[in-house]
Design a protein around this ligand. Structure first.
Ligand SMILES: Cc1cc2nc3c(=O)[nH]c(=O)nc-3n(C[C@H](O)[C@H](O)[C@H](O)COP(=O)(O)O)c2cc1C
Length: 215
């Protein structure tokens, strides 16, 4: 891991990233990426840092750690609160099994059940939404999150950030906007998304800093 990210923590817990240190060929645009089968880290408690004073909150999901590392960096730069999106049944460590499950979910629009509670969001002006690209669109845990809680995001500024396999953001931001609208969320503003390749998140320090300064 790049120096700046060595021993990265989030909410005091270690961030483990499965896509780092691989050549482009080994990485294969993220295909084959393992996880520990607990959506990031079986040794950690779900991230949940909530204060009375923060004006922003980072809400993120990460199966294999790349988006979590970005979230940790955003938190360091902004001191925002943090909330991890947790699904009831974690995605398998095996990539092919995860892909099969994700394909089934998408084809059937049967998105995962969540296992988390949303705090009151009144104090926050900005919501940093951290997710990954699956099949060129929004990953399913974030889809479930917005389907479930989108109605509580009215009047918020939405700052999307994502990690992906090198094929870009797909239609993910458009999908976020559509779900928020469907759920009755009004008066949202959007800032341009931050997009980082999943195997380069440890080299994204400047990109994250520039993005935060810009927005
Ligand atoms: C089921 C699945 C589908 C994926 N589809 C895409 C895709 O269409 N385009 C892309 O660029 N990356 C794709 N990826 C790669 C992930 O977006 C990438 O590995 C990301 O960094 C994972 O983030 P995470 O470590 O936070 O889970 C896919 C990964 C999975 C598991």
């Amino acid at each position: 891991m790049n120096n700046e990210f060595q021993n990265a923590t989030i909410d005091g817990q270690k961030v483990t990233v499965y896509q780092l240190g691989k050549s482009s060929i080994e990485w294969g645009n993220g295909a084959g990426t393992l996880s520990d089968g607990m959506d990031t880290n079986k040794d950690n408690q779900p991230t949940r840092k909530l204060t009375d004073s923060a004006e922003s909150i980072i809400i993120y999901f990460s199966r294999s750690g790349s988006t979590e590392l970005l979230a940790s960096k955003v938190e360091r730069e902004t001191n925002a609160d943090i909330l991890e999106v947790i699904v009831k049944d974690p995605y398998p460590s095996n990539y092919s099994k995860t892909l099969s499950r994700a394909n089934f979910e998408r084809e059937n629009q049967d998105y995962p059940e969540l296992y988390m509670q949303l705090p009151n969001l009144d104090q926050y002006k900005t919501i940093y939404l951290g997710y990954q690209i699956w099949a060129m669109t929004l990953s399913h845990p974030m889809t479930s999150f917005l389907n479930t809680y989108g109605n509580q995001l009215s009047n918020k500024r939405i700052a999307p950030f994502m990690s992906e396999g090198g094929y870009g953001q797909g239609d993910s931001v458009q999908v976020i906007k559509e779900i928020l609208k469907q759920q009755g969320s009004t008066n949202n503003t959007f800032v341009p998304a931050l997009i980082v390749d999943g195997n380069k998140v440890d080299r994204a320090g400047k990109q994250v800093n520039d993005w935060i300064k810009y927005i």
